[in-house]
Design a protein around this ligand. Structure first.
Ligand code: F6R
Length: 255
């Protein structure tokens, strides 16, 4: 794993934006896996400002709430539209967000996997991390071999995401999420984590044991996983000064 610790979220975001821009410039028909939430907001702003050519790019989002129509203000489909898709020249037919409202959700999940496969797999998968270590919405005890499917959210995650819903509105209990194996199939994974609230989850993911109890720890088994952290998110890492030294001296950290 390459662990990159930057002084601020702004710097960590710039790094991820540069990685994605470089990929799109080198491979105009790249396939990106995208995330929602707070962590990638600045990244999407930067990507929009970079005025890249998205005409041939394909995207697959990690997850969506079950039962929320795409127009719902808290749906991830709406989030992607507001923060990225409507500002770039992507062909909307190539911008995929899992459906949480399909008549047959398990069948839609199987088709999502198949569409990713037919696209040739994901070149770069963007990730955030939950305070409980989830990636996508693979909550603790998710199978490390899981594929796109319906998951039940933990109370912690529902609480963490309640701010995206109006007061009194119920945060759905169920989501559709890419599985951990789906994420692990991506050729590169780039995880963004900023702020002290993520420090324990980040430390467990990078330096703890590989465990279904901490889904992000599965990335220890990925051959090309990059963590873009700020100082606060990195504050729980035992080897933080080592990762900084390695970065300063221009070597990648291969765990
Ligand atoms: C979002 C997703 C989640 C978030 C995670 C962190 O598509 O899959 O895993 O990345 O919950 O969310 P933020 O960045 O809002 O703290």
């Amino acid at each position: 794993m390459e662990v990159i610790i930057q002084p601020s979220a702004e710097d960590g975001t710039q790094l991820a934006a540069d990685l994605i821009a470089e990929l799109i410039r080198k491979k105009p028909d790249a396939t990106l896996g995208l995330a929602t939430g707070r962590a990638p907001l600045g990244l999407y702003r930067k990507l929009v400002d970079m005025r890249l050519d998205w005409r041939q790019v394909r995207t697959f989002n990690l997850d969506e709430y079950v039962g929320l129509p795409g127009a719902h203000p808290a749906s991830f489909s709406r989030y992607m539209d507001e923060h990225l898709f409507r500002h770039i020249n992507i062909d909307r037919r190539n911008a995929h967000v899992p459906s949480g409202t399909a008549a047959d959700v398990p069948d839609a999940c199987a088709r999502y996997e198949e569409t990713i496969r037919l696209a040739g797999g994901i070149d770069l998968q963007l990730l955030g991390i939950g305070t409980n270590g989830h990636i996508g919405f693979n909550e603790p005890t998710s199978s490390l071999a899981s594929r796109t499917r319906i998951k039940t959210l933990t109370e912690d995650t529902r609480r963490d995401n309640a701010c995206h819903f109006d007061a009194g509105q119920l945060v759905p209990h169920h989501v559709v999420t890419m599985g951990i194996a789906t994420i692990m199939d991506a050729r590169q994974c780039v995880l963004l984590a900023f702020g002290r609230a993520k420090s324990a989850a980040v430390a467990a993911a990078i330096e703890g044991p590989v465990s279904a109890m901490h889904p992000a720890s599965a990335l220890q088994l990925h051959p090309n996983a990059v963590y873009c952290l700020d100082d606060e998110a990195a504050s729980g890492l035992t080897l933080a000064s080592y990762y900084r030294w390695v970065r300063e001296h221009k070597f990648a950290v291969h765990a």
